[in-house]
Every structure is written in C-alpha cells, then in structure tokens.
Design a protein around this ligand. Sequence first.
Ligand SMILES: [Zn+2]
Length: 415
Amino acid sequence: MLAFTYSFVLVLAITVLTQQWLGRRQIAHVLSHRSAVPAAFADTISLEAHQKAADYSVAKSRLNLNENFMHATLLLALTVGGGLQWIDQSLLAVLPEQTLLRGVLVIITALAISSLLDLPFDYYKNFVIDERFGFNKMTPAMFFQDLLKHALVGLIMGLPLLLAALWLMRGAGDLWWLWLWCVWAVFNLLVLAIYPTFIAPLFNKFSPLADEPLKARIEALLAKCGFKSQGLFVMDGSRRSSHGNAYFTGFGANKRVVFFDTLLERLNPDEIEAVLAHELGHFKRRHVIKRIVMMFAVSFAGLALLGWLVDQDWFFHGLGVTTPSNHMALLLFLLVSPTLMFLLRPLFAAYSRANEFEADEYAATHSSARHLIEALVKLYRDNASTLTPDPIHSAFYDSHPPASLRVARLQLLAG
Ligand SMILES: [Zn+2]
C-alpha cells in the first residue's frame, strides 16, 4: 500500500520536474533566438512580428508552468492529502442510502473543484496575455456565458454516461468494464455525429460560404479529391479571438467544411485552397479514422485496467481513499490517469507530427506546396506562433512540426 503511494508520488514528481524543465528550456530557447528572424523567414517575417511571437510564446509558457504546478498540487491534495475521502464522507453523512446519486455527486463535486481552479488561468490567458498581444475579442460577460454553456452541455451529456457507468459497475458482473466501453464508444460516435449540427452552433454562428468564385474553386478541389461534404461554412471565430483556422467536422455523411472568418480575411484564394487541401489530406490518408480507433483502443485498455483496479484495496488506500467504492475507483482513475499519460505524450505527439507531414504532402500533390508555404507563413505571423521552439519541448508537446522543418519539407516538394 505504502509502496504504491510512494510510486505514485514519485511518478507525479517526475512529471512535474519534466514539465518545469521543458517549460524553462522553451523560454530560454525562444528568448535566445529573439534578436534575429531565422534565415529561412528573413524575407517574409519582420523582426517586429518575430519578437512579438517570442514574447507571446514566453508569456504562455510561464502561465503553463504555473498551471501544471497547480494541477499537481491539487492532485496530491485530493488523493494522498485526503481531499476525496473528505468529500466522500461529507456526502455520505447527508445521503447515506442513495449510493448511485451520492456517487454521481462526489464525482461532479471533485471535477467541479478542479475546473474552478483552472478558471483563473483561462481568464488570465484571455484577458491579460491575449489582450496584451491583441488577440482577445471576448468580453468578461461572454467568457462567463461560455463557461456556463460549457458546464450545462457537459452536465447534459456527461450525467447519463456517469449514471450508466456507476449502474454497470454495480450490476453488470465482472465484465462491467467491457459493457461500459461499448456504451462509451456508442456515446462518442453519437457526439461526433451531432456535434456540427447541435453542439457547435451553441457557441458560434455558422453561415454558408457566400463568396461564389471561392466556393466554386473549393468545390472543384473537393470533387477532384473525391470528397463529399454537407456544405461549406464560415464560422464567426472573430467573436472570441483573432486567431485563424480551418477544419473539417462531423462524421460519415454529416461532414462539413468550416472556415474561420479570420482565415478567409487574411489568405488569398490560392492559399485558402492549399490549406483546405491539407485538411483534406487528413481525411484522405485516414488520419481521422485512425485517431478514433486509437482513442477507442486506449480507452479499452484503460477500462480493462480499471476493471482490475476496482478490486485492489491497495489502489484505494494508496491514493488516500480509506472507504473503497465504485464511484471512488472511477473518480481516482479519471483524476490520476491524465498525469500518468503525460509521460507518453511524446509518442502521441510524434504520431500527430507524422500525420501533418503526410497531409502537407497531399496538399502539395493536389493543390500547391508554394501556396501552402505562403499560407503557413501568414498564419505563423498572424497567430504569433514562434518559429524557434526548443526542439525537446517541441518533441514532447507539439502536434504540428516546427515551422522551419515543415516549410523546408514543403520547399523540397515544390521543387
Ligand atoms: Zn493538419
């Protein structure tokens, strides 16, 4: 039991030290390259834009370091510090008979505490950092309105899943975790299917793309690549932030192409086509399906593990819970597994970066590598993304390859 506590604290300490080390490396690396634009971008990015990107990256990294530290402290306080045990016992005193309801309330309380502690960091990111660099377009009223909407959507979707989980754990026998995995998988596919039409519109306005010449051009590209979509939409991303993006959303026949209005404003039609071709590459190279399969495989392994852990006394006692129960097993698992997954992050990030190169290659073949380079440079500049990340930090965290590698690869493809 004590051995498990020590192992948990040790892994947590390694995680926190790694995060601090990576963050400090990133800050030092970005600052040491602040005084000059990298040669490959000397013609396209001004020193002023380069320095803005450096300062923005450093400010975000500093905030991240503090947030990581807070998460680790909270996790310690909730587990070995006895926080979860205290919440559980407090609710037991009020609702001694209602096992299922109590379980749900304990889990929601713990998750709500964790979200509340994240709140000041989100607020600071939007209203101090993004504000200072000219990216924030939100008012505090919108921020809190979003928060409320997210909480409600989370509750409406999460509550039935949580009830199903606790109900299966109680009554579905030894293989409850397998049944729960099936429920979870169906639930996820359902959310993917209804997200574009029912959930995303709660937060943003989507209007059909009105620019006829651009529309014709994009439809020609979609036809050439054999892609069927349910329409081209423009999202009012500028309501919240001036960062630009484009993405595909939906699943099966319900696919949509979504452009942020901020992207359409800044890129010319050649560049927009190239960005879209990159996104199409993700679909055509089956990255989206592979990602879903991977997510299902990881959750299968996770639930199988939980199916075993729920019967191990040391799991509960080692993490500060002296009265084992199904809901405490589920809660411990939800809180602890993201921390343990952190050390696996370089694997997932490397896989994602390989996919990005494949999508770039697809764009180079079906659209134009040169236009994609132009678009990327504009996006790096306008989003103030650093061109000089620390290589180890990047290997750990970045889902996209560093600008220099990506552009160099595209230049080769452009010939
Ligand atoms: Zn991509």
